[in-house]
Design a protein around this ligand. Structure first.
Ligand SMILES: *[C@@H]1O[C@H](CO)[C@@H](O)[C@H](O)[C@H]1NC(C)=O
Ligand SMILES: *[C@@H]1O[C@H](CO)[C@@H](O)[C@H](O)[C@H]1NC(C)=O
Ligand SMILES: *[C@@H]1O[C@H](CO)[C@@H](O)[C@H](O)[C@H]1NC(C)=O
Ligand SMILES: *[C@@H]1O[C@H](CO)[C@@H](O)[C@H](O)[C@H]1NC(C)=O
Ligand SMILES: *[C@@H]1O[C@H](CO)[C@@H](O)[C@H](O)[C@H]1NC(C)=O
Ligand SMILES: *[C@@H]1O[C@H](CO)[C@@H](O)[C@H](O)[C@H]1NC(C)=O
Ligand SMILES: *[C@@H]1O[C@H](CO)[C@@H](O)[C@H](O)[C@H]1NC(C)=O
Ligand SMILES: *[C@@H]1O[C@H](CO)[C@@H](O)[C@H](O)[C@H]1NC(C)=O
Length: 818
């Protein structure tokens, strides 16, 4: 911008004005700004001001250099400014606060434009020795003296030469480069030396923070330092002659960056969460909050103190909590934490450095949210003294009453959930109380059926508690107990037969119309006026009827122990009793009749068919008797042959083997083969005995020496099973088909022969064929292995295809050995 001068005379003032405006608006130094670069200059003096003392230079920035400004002081009696901007003291005086501040004006001699700047003078605080040096009195660090050793080499003294560290405050405002110290060697008197520094901050990153004038040895810092970045620099100073030869052993220079309070404390969290149980005693630890400060924790700059700025809500007291100002522990200081009143406190906490100095310290705030947790300090209380309920008799799992309680503790926690107990009025344990988990209500239910006729009313005493015991010192109030009045409702119950089943003993053979017994039911509804009517439900043999009014059971048929409806002598019949209540109820009862046997069945011969040989030896027929009655109305039996017809006793004889068995034998020497019906009289042992004549069909046959029947012919076709007959029939049909095929074949052959011999003698041939056919069909009956055609003829002769009645043939019967 400064170089634009001389371009256009008309443009210049406009540009200057624009520049001025932009600079003023931004308030920052742009490329160049005419005026004082700072608003306020400060100077720190070591002692009182004496006459003519140069104090400081107010450097007026004159961009084009052509401006002529004249300086003026607001206190011309005390301070004056020379043309270069140097401020001098006019007189000697002790520095006091009234002289600490004055203004310097600068006025353009041509344009009369005027600037001003404030100057502040302050006394240097009595800092320790190693504080900032004034520019005039720069400390020297001399390379340590060297001692000659025996062999003539120069050696630096070790350890006993300690160079004190240079202390340099961080964030210095300059001006830079700022001189720190002068490094010098004794040998610069004879030699021209060059000085240099090495190490991090000089020639190693971060480079260029420290520079040294190679000739004068002046060590300077070029920019403000940040202790929080690098707290200490280790440099090494070297001295060489102009030829580059090392003339001194390097020395170590330590630069400590002195902390300034340039960092605020920072809380680790912006919101801190803590809990404390309600009712906690003062002094209960709640939580710890922590802030950190990047400044030197060993200096005031990093020493934090905590405090509570505010508490919301401020009930029951505005100071419920306190904070340990060093550790950040928050503890309770007042009693009266009650979750039911205040569930959460919000504290604004502050951390301040400089040991909490409110004037110089930097602060930050955070929030501590303290939730008051529930303890069981409220018992459940019934909403009524007495609850009422009704229950029908004989019902279970019905809700009788609904007990409601209130509990101020946090819902759905063990401190709120209610547990109910029946403490009286239910000695038989007919009721139970469950808790409805949603509403906390107590549901009284019936667990054992109640009989109205026994209990018409219950008065229960119930108590409610929480799942966890009440907090110490809190008692259950009377409202934790209540009364439940339960009314039992009468309902129509089933009539019932007693005893059920009813068992009676009765002899069989009882004639119809006999009164057997009375089978009645009772109605438990003693307090209802009801009639019972009876009907028959099941009576498999239809032997019984019941009087609908009085329950008398009468037979309508003869009772028979031998009936298939009787098992193990017992006959079952069921009856229904119904009352006339609303709704009508009914019950069933079973009558079991144990039937006693009488001798009502005559014995029969067993088996009913037998086989024996034509001669008495070696076979005989074993027979026994079947009697449906049971002992003593069955065996032992007496077997006998009837007197008529006379031939029976002549031909046969019967021999008793024991009480159950007898043998039938031929009495005559020979009886022609055939079927004989032999009547046998069998008498049982009943009182009176029963006897009957039963017919035994005996097949007499020719026997071989083993006593087996030999007359196969007679058995075939008559005594065979249906399967065998079908098989034989199939064989016959196949044979017939073969015969037919043979006949057809023969006829065809004849025709061919006829056709061949037609020229010779047709008539002879025909006759010949017929003759042959007759011969074959006629077959010999006596042949041992008959041809196909002859065997079919034989079958025909056996009568299979006969029209007349078939010859009687009997199956051979084996009597099992009994
Ligand atoms: C350097 O100066 C010292 C005295 O200051 C003198 O003794 C010495 O001889 C001189 N050395 C040289 C090389 O000039
Ligand atoms: C405290 O709780 C709030 C809200 O739930 C959450 O945002 C915050 O991170 C919590 N603070 C801590 C330190 O856990
Ligand atoms: C910190 O607490 C201690 C003792 O509790 C007290 O003596 C000191 O004054 C407190 N400091 C601040 C800055 O509140
Ligand atoms: C119990 O009573 C309450 C209020 O009287 C009602 O809200 C609730 O539904 C009832 N519970 C049952 C199981 O009847
Ligand atoms: C009769 O009832 C009894 C007992 O229920 C049973 O054991 C028996 O088999 C029944 N008799 C008949 C014949 O059903
Ligand atoms: C008894 O035997 C004779 C032959 O001896 C016979 O003719 C008669 O039919 C037989 N009677 C009976 C019933 O067996
Ligand atoms: C005796 O037997 C005959 C035939 O076997 C039979 O018809 C009759 O009913 C029987 N009599 C008795 C009393 O069992
Ligand atoms: C008949 O019974 C007797 C005696 O029980 C026995 O020895 C005999 O073998 C039986 N005969 C037949 C054919 O079962």
């Amino acid at each position: 911008m400064c170089r634009i001068v001389g371009a256009s005379r008309t443009l210049l003032p406009l540009l200057a004005a624009l520049l001025q405006a932009s600079v003023e608006a931004s308030g920052e130094i742009a490329l160049c700004k005419t005026g004082f670069p700072e608003d306020v200059y400060s100077a720190v003096l070591s002692q009182d001001v004496h006459e003519g003392q140069p104090l400081l230079n107010v450097k007026f920035s004159n961009c084009n250099g052509k401006r002529k400004v004249q300086y003026e002081s607001s206190e011309p009696a005390d301070f004056k400014v020379d043309e270069d901007g140097m401020v001098y003291a006019v007189r000697s005086f002790p520095l006091s606060s009234e002289h600490a501040k004055f203004l310097i004006y600068a006025q353009d001699k041509e344009t009369q434009e005027k600037w001003q700047v404030a100057v502040k003078l302050s006394l240097k605080p009595t800092f320790p020795e190693d504080s900032v040096k004034e520019s005039q009195e720069i400390e020297e660090i001399v390379f340590p003296r060297q001692v000659s050793k025996h062999n003539g080499h120069l050696q630096r003294q070790k350890r006993d030469w300690v160079i004190p560290p240079i202390n340099l405050p961080e964030n210095s405002r300059g001006p830079f480069p700022q001189e720190l110290v002068r490094i010098r060697s004794d040998r610069d008197k004879n030699l021209s030396l060059r000085y240099s520094v090495t190490g991090p901050g000089a020639d190693q990153p971060p480079t260029g923070i420290f520079i040294i004038n190679p000739i004068s040895g002046q060590l300077s810092v070029t920019k403000p330092l940040d202790r929080e970045l690098i707290a200490r620099f280790h440099l090494r100073a070297h001295a060489v002659d102009i030829n580059g030869n090392q003339v001194e052993n390097p020395i170590d220079i330590v630069i400590n960056v002195i902390d300034m309070n340039d960092n605020r404390p920072e809380f680790l969290h912006q919101v801190w969460n803590g809990t404390v149980p309600e009712g906690s005693k003062p002094g209960t630890y709640v939580m710890t909050v922590t802030a950190i400060d990047a400044d030197d924790p060993n200096a005031l700059n990093g020493m934090l103190r905590y405090r509570i700025l505010s508490q919301a809500p401020s009930t029951p007291s505005p100071n419920m909590f306190t904070i340990n100002n060093e550790t950040g522990d928050i503890i309770t200081v007042a009693a009266g934490l009650d979750r039911e009143k205040v569930q959460q406190y919000t504290l604004i906490i502050q951390a301040t450095d400089m040991e909490g100095n409110p004037t110089y310290g930097l602060s930050n705030t955070a929030t501590a949210v303290i939730t008051v947790t529930d303890v069981n300090d409220n018992p459940p209380e019934f909403t009524a003294m007495t609850f009422y309920g009704e229950v029908p008799e004989n019902r279970v799992d019905v809700i009788v009453a609904n007990l409601t309680v209130t509990d101020k503790d946090q819902p759905h926690t063990p401190a709120w959930n209610a547990v109910y107990r029946i403490s009286g009025g239910d000695p038989t344990g007919r009721f139970a109380i469950q808790t409805d988990p949603n509403s906390n209500d107590g549901l009284v239910t019936v667990v054992k059926p109640i009989d109205f006729e026994t209990n018409r009313m219950f008065v229960l005493t119930v108590a409610a508690e929480n799942q966890v015991p009440l907090a110490k010192g809190i008692q259950h109030p009377p409202q934790s107990t209540a009364t439940v009045s339960v009314t039992v409702i009468d309902v129509n119950e089933n009539p019932y037969f007693a005893p059920n089943p009813k068992i009676i003993r009765q002899e069989e053979g009882l004639h119809a119309g006999t009164m057997l017994t009375t089978f009645t039911a009772q109605d438990p509804d003693r307090y209802m006026q009801q009639n019972i009517r009876y009907t028959k439900l099941s009576d498999p043999a239809n032997w019984l009827k019941i009087d609908p009014v009085n329950g008398q059971i009468t037979t309508i048929a003869v009772l028979d122990r031998e009936s298939p409806n009787v098992k193990n002598n017992i006959y079952n019949a069921t009856f229904l009793a119904s009352d006339n209540g609303i709704p009508p109820m009914s019950g069933t009862g079973t009558l079991q009749i144990y039937l006693l046997d009488i001798n009502d069945n005559a014995p029969q011969v067993l088996p009913q068919e037998a086989e024996t040989c034509e001669t008495p030896d070696p076979n005989s027929i074993n027979i026994t008797a079947l009697d449906y009655d049971i002992d003593p109305n069955a065996g032992p039996f007496a077997f006998d042959l009837p007197l008529s017809p006379v031939t029976i006793k002549r031909n046969w004889t019967i021999t008793r083997l024991n009480g159950d068995f007898a043998q039938l034998n031929l009495k005559i020497k020979f009886l022609e083969a055939g079927i004989y019906e032999v009547p046998i009289i069998i008498t049982d042992s009943g009182n009176p005995p029963k006897s009957n004549i039963s017919i035994l069909r005996v097949k007499v046959c020719q026997c071989d020496s083993n006593g087996d029947c030999t007359d196969v012919d007679r058995i075939v076709g008559a005594g065979l099973g249906t399967g065998a007959i079908i098989a034989i029939l199939l064989c016959i049909i196949i044979l017939l088909i073969l015969v037919l095929m043979f006949v057809v074949w023969m006829k065809r052959r004849d025709k061919e022969r006829q056709a061949k011999q037609l020229l010779i003698d047709p008539e002879d041939d025909v006759r010949d064929n017929i003759l042959k056919y007759d011969e074959e069909g006629g077959g010999e009956e006596d042949q041992l292995l008959p041809s196909v055609t002859s065997s079919s003829a034989r079958l025909l002769s056996l009568g299979f295809f006969r029209r007349g009645p078939a010859p009687l043939a009997l199956r051979r019967i084996h009597i099992p050995e009994l």
